[in-house]
Design a protein around this ligand. Structure first.
Ligand SMILES: C[S@@+](CC[C@H](N)C(=O)[O-])C[C@H]1O[C@@H](n2cnc3c(N)ncnc32)[C@H](O)[C@@H]1O
Length: 302
């Protein structure tokens, strides 16, 4: 087996493209070790991941979620190019790109403010969500939460630019992503707008992927997916993390499905306020029935 050693970190010397490609391969290998629900059974996804330079979509400064002395540190490409690049390819590391809707800037240094309003999700989460969406070439997909444009690039790799619409509520993010995508020759429809409204003009879609969490599935999404099409979205749960929900739509405003994993996402802008879980269709705690015995325990809802 051949391995490439990353060059020692030195300010001002940007990492070469080979470093990034090697880090990408290693990241993919680690994600493989997480087992089902990632690249397994999805060769197209592995290829899209390996062909897409994630670092192209990452701003020169971002915050890490690995707190130091209670604060989120900033990784600055000019100061620490290799640390900046290595974290981009850590399978479980999200990169925070906007805090408090831009009121706090990475130029200001580390912060203790955890009001994250845009990020580039960690590679394992991105891969997991696309695994469950599993679009076919040419499928018409609506992505909610364009952010950096990285996830959109992976989708374009699979479905083609003309089949993808991606929406972000933040105009600067949408514009920035459109230009990053264009630099790679990708020209999906990038829209500034409220993704909770879907994108009626291009409906019906074969699938909707939301990269921001909801507490309640927006009605517009249910109306804008064709019968048999899927919605994949993080949904707020009472368990201190979001559940990744995969729904199949009936084309008449309804959908059914199940939770396929657990992850953590920022909420869509209009659903940041907490709501009682009983209003959102969740079972009560007393609905979880527990049995325990020599054979182990079982926890079920009726
Ligand atoms: C986790 S980030 C998305 C990451 C992105 N997919 C990427 O590859 O970089 C969530 C994004 O959702 C956006 N967002 C929040 N509420 C939204 C809404 N109602 N409609 C559209 N975008 C929204 C935020 O501005 C933020 O950029």
């Amino acid at each position: 087996m051949t391995t490439t050693k990353a060059a020692p970190e030195s300010p001002g010397s940007p990492p070469g493209p080979l470093d990034a490609a090697e880090l990408r391969r290693r990241c993919a290998a680690t994600i493989d070790s997480y087992g089902p629900g990632h690249f397994e059974g999805r060769p197209w996804l592995r290829q899209a991941f390996l062909d897409t330079p994630r670092e192209h979509f990452v701003p020169d400064r971002y915050w890490s979620t690995a707190r130091r002395e209670g604060r989120f540190p900033v990784l600055d490409r000019a100061e620490r190019p290799h640390a900046w690049l290595k974290r981009i390819y850590r399978p479980l590391a999200p990169l925070i790109t906007q805090i408090a809707l831009g009121e706090i800037r990475p130029e200001d240094g580390p912060t203790d403010c955890g009001d994250f309003t845009s990020s580039i999700s960690c590679p394992a989460a991105v891969v997991g969500m696309l695994h469950h969406l599993d679009p076919r070439p040419g499928d018409r997909i609506l992505e909610i939460g364009t952010g950096s444009g990285y996830n959109a690039a992976l989708l374009v790799h699979r479905v083609g630019a003309t089949a993808l619409v991606t929406v972000d509520i933040d105009a600067a993010l949408a514009d920035g992503a459109a230009s990053k995508l264009a630099q790679l020759g990708m020209t999906p429809t990038v829209v500034t707008g409220d993704g909770e409204l879907g994108y009626e003009q291009a409906a019906p879609f074969d699938g909707i992927l939301s990269t921001a969490a909801v507490r309640e599935i927006p009605q517009a999404w249910l109306r804008q997916v064709r019968p048999g099409g899927v919605i994949v979205t993080p949904v707020d749960t009472p368990f201190n993390c979001d559940g990744l929900c995969r729904l199949v739509c009936d084309g008449e405003g309804g959908a059914t499905g199940r939770m396929v994993g657990g992850l953590d996402f920022m909420k869509v802008r209009g659903q940041r306020a907490r709501r009682p879980y009983s209003e959102l269709g969740w079972p009560l705690w007393s609905d979880y029935h527990v049995t325990a015995g020599p054979g182990g325990q079982r926890i079920r809802t009726p």
